[in-house]
Design a protein around this ligand. Structure first.
Ligand SMILES: [Zn+2]
Length: 409
């Protein structure tokens, strides 16, 4: 009993001294004591090199106060850095600008007659009217973000984009990014808008394809858009409560389109993904040589992506297997008397893996190791290599892939 108390006392001391480290040294000012100095904090998401490529982390769908978001462009840039991203595309709606009404009112005193311009609401959601007059400069979001990023030297690539939002039940929504001029994309006809985006060299993705729809089949309007080769990728995972559309993995593979996972965040990401939590914001992992516009565009068009959302990884089986094998080190550490081998698996990346073997689940947490035994193949007498169903990976056919982990040489 005495001994247990001693152990507890040591444990309490260890915990309290660890907490003490988190308390910052106060700084004496002339009139007050600053209890905490507040440097900026970034969550570093450590990912492996895969097939000679670095993995860059991008979110290609966010909104700001210049459409219906609640965050300024500059805060989006800071937030992207805090959240561990390398790339962010600002994609305010072409047609839906809820804050415009307030801005028109606020700026009324500067108008010649002192009255606010008439605000004509385009209508919410599926009734959005593309002929709504545009009073604002649609490129202002991007320009403000870039100006701020350069001034503060924030190492996040900011991409000029927009969300084209028409009838959700028939046409759907599309993001175009790496644009040159957003205002030019605003055209009444969706095909004309997408063609203009294409002309500007943009990448175009079909957003949250199941949203406000009863089927995942293409509508006639969507058939037309796809047939005209106006789609490069699909938001297979979308939204702040991330929704996975499993059939879209198949569509991406069958039609050679790129898999994306984006937040479509309208409020601050801190609301949805608490800082210091085990789940990062949804993002697209991009396997590219370097973080330049050219290399990232090339990687996206070459479909070198994996979608990440809530510690799930979504992609083509080949890339999932490459990712797993790049992240996990596998060593034979012992042989048992029964003739089994003991393998030690070490996860060197920030994403956990959930392995299933029969009815047994193993979670290999980030920067942890686990040991597992595998015997010989009864027929061939050859030692087995660790193979699992990876429960937090999703691939074609709405299934979790069965992947082998190669033994490190
Ligand atoms: Zn959106």
């Amino acid at each position: 009993m005495k001994r247990l108390f001693l152990i507890l006392a040591v444990a309490v001391f260890a915990v309290s001294s660890a907490m003490a480290q988190a308390v910052h040294t106060p700084t004496m000012g002339k009139t007050g004591i600053r209890l905490y100095n507040h440097p900026s904090h970034r969550t570093e998401i450590i990912l492996p090199q895969v097939k000679g490529y670095n993995i860059y982390k991008g979110d290609f769908h966010v909104h700001t106060i210049y459409s219906d978001g609640e965050v300024t462009p500059r805060e989006r840039v800071r937030e992207a850095w805090y959240d561990g991203l390398d790339i962010i595309a600002l994609t305010d709606h072409l047609e839906l600008r809820s804050y415009e009404k307030f801005m028109l009112k606020a700026h009324a005193p500067y108008n010649p007659d002192g009255k606010p311009y008439e605000y004509i609401r385009g209508g919410a959601g599926h009734k959005t009217d593309p002929t709504t007059p545009i009073y604002c400069d649609l490129d202002a979001t991007y320009e403000e973000a870039v100006m701020y990023k350069e001034k503060e030297n924030i190492p996040v690539m900011v991409v000029r984009g927009t969300e084209i939002w028409r009838n959700a039940r028939t046409i759907g929504e599309y993001n175009a990014f790496f644009l040159k001029d957003i205002t030019d994309v605003a055209k009444p006809d969706i095909i004309e808008s997408l063609k203009e985006a294409r002309k500007q060299g943009a990448i175009i993705i079909h957003n949250h394809p199941g949203w406000r729809r009863n089927t995942m089949d293409k509508s006639p309007e969507q058939e037309e858009i796809y047939a005209q080769k106006l789609v490069d990728g699909i938001e297979v995972i979308g939204g702040t409560g991330p929704t996975l559309y499993p059939q879209m993995i198949d569509r991406c593979v069958n039609e050679k389109l790129t898999i994306f996972s984006n937040t479509d965040t309208h409020r601050t990401s801190a609301q949805y993904y608490p800082r210091g939590g085990e789940i990062f914001r949804s993002m697209t992992f991009i396997m590219a040589k370097e973080c330049t516009e050219k290399a990232i565009k090339e990687a996206l068009l070459d479909r070198r992506t994996i979608g990440y959302a809530a510690n799930n990884l979504i992609g083509e089986e080949m890339w999932l297997s490459e990712f797993l094998n790049a992240a996990v080190e596998c060593k034979v550490v012992a042989e048992t008397k029964k003739g089994d081998r003991t393998f030690q698996l070490t996860n060197h990346c920030s994403v956990p893996f959930v392995f299933r073997r029969g009815n047994t689940l193993y979670t290999l947490n980030p920067f942890h190791s686990l040991r597992v035994n595998f015997g010989k193949n009864k027929e061939t007498g050859v030692y087995k290599t660790p193979k699992f169903i990876v429960e937090n990976m999703w691939t074609v056919g709405d299934k979790h892939p069965a992947l082998t982990i190669q033994i490190d040489k």
